[in-house]
Design a binder for this molecule. Structure first.
Ligand code: ADP
Ligand code: MG
Ligand code: MG
Length: 255
């Protein structure tokens, strides 16, 4: 049982013109077993939230706190965040030429758990997870992210989540660029992880369609760097009909 607590988080992004404030006081509590959807228009700061949680150096927390079971996440290195049980798909966005998917998965799993996975079961586990995600076995031998299609990147992301077994997973636009079949396969992977490991999921998305496959317990509407509205799954249905217009410009002014 884990709790990720985000309190009054303010984040600026480094630009050529200097720091630009993006997040203006975000409050969110996410527990194991829960699924929270963050929805909002483009440019509202959703990815900035994910990047700040991932510890991306370009995104600077100017005030507020983030804790995982009381531990200060913001004081942790990117590796320490992963070992603490946070899964941030954007942690490894770069191409890693010469490092195969199979090698990467085993190395990362070893770093996260603090010990190498058991040889006998690990190979089987990887194979099974890949099969479930309809990933071809030849994929194991490819270099990480090198020439991956959008869909392959997303499947690789969910493959990692299934194998690393984090406490809390933050998935940014996992649905973007997927056709209906790929969206269903990827969503099934998320749902499997939820059933098997009780992972808490922060699902960041612009569109409601993924929420037909992954049922959120809570929905947060993100506008202008803040949460403008919160509710249960019914809020996603309302957004589908009404769009984001009524929330834009209505977020409370920055404190
Ligand atoms: P979303 O994910 O909701 O579409 P983002 O977090 O990507 O929104 O962006 C929020 C705002 O921050 C946008 O105005 C965007 O232009 C700006 N921004 C984000 N990252 C950068 C960056 N690296 N450099 C400059 N501006 C950025
Ligand atoms: Mg965007
Ligand atoms: Mg984004």
């Amino acid at each position: 049982m884990s709790t990720l607590a985000i309190r009054d988080l303010h984040v600026s992004v480094e630009t050529k013109e200097g720091p630009k404030p993006i997040l203006r006081g975000v409050d969110l509590t996410l527990e194991s077993g829960q699924t929270h959807a963050i929805m909002g228009p483009n440019g509202s700061g959703k990815s900035t939230l994910a990047s700040a949680l991932a510890g991306h150096p370009k995104y600077r927390v100017t005030s507020g706190t983030v804790t995982l079971d009381g531990e200060d996440v913001l004081a942790m290195s990117v590796d320490e965040r992963a070992r603490a049980g946070l899964f941030l798909a954007m942690q490894y966005p770069v191409e890693v030429p010469g490092v195969s998917v199979a090698n990467f998965l085993r190395t990362a799993k070893t770093a996260i758990d603090g010990e190498a996975p058991k040889l006998r079961t690990w190979g089987k586990e990887v194979k099974e997870a890949m099969g479930n995600l309809r990933i071809d076995t030849a994929f194991s031998e490819r270099s990480v992210n090198e020439g991956f299609s959008g869909g392959e990147k997303k499947r690789h992301e969910i493959l990692q989540m299934e194998l690393f077994k984090p406490q809390i997973a933050i998935l940014d636009e996992t649905d973007s660029g997927l056709d209906v079949d790929a969206l269903r396969i990827v969503s099934e992977g998320v749902n499997r992880a939820k059933e098997n490991t009780d992972v808490g999921v922060l699902l960041i998305t612009h569109y409601t369609r993924i929420l037909r496959y992954i049922k959120p317990d809570f929905v947060h509407v993100f506008v202008d760097g803040r949460i403008a509205e919160e509710g249960g799954p019914e809020l996603a249905d309302r957004l589908e009909e009404e769009g984001y217009d009524k929330y834009v410009g209505k977020a409370a002014p920055a404190a």
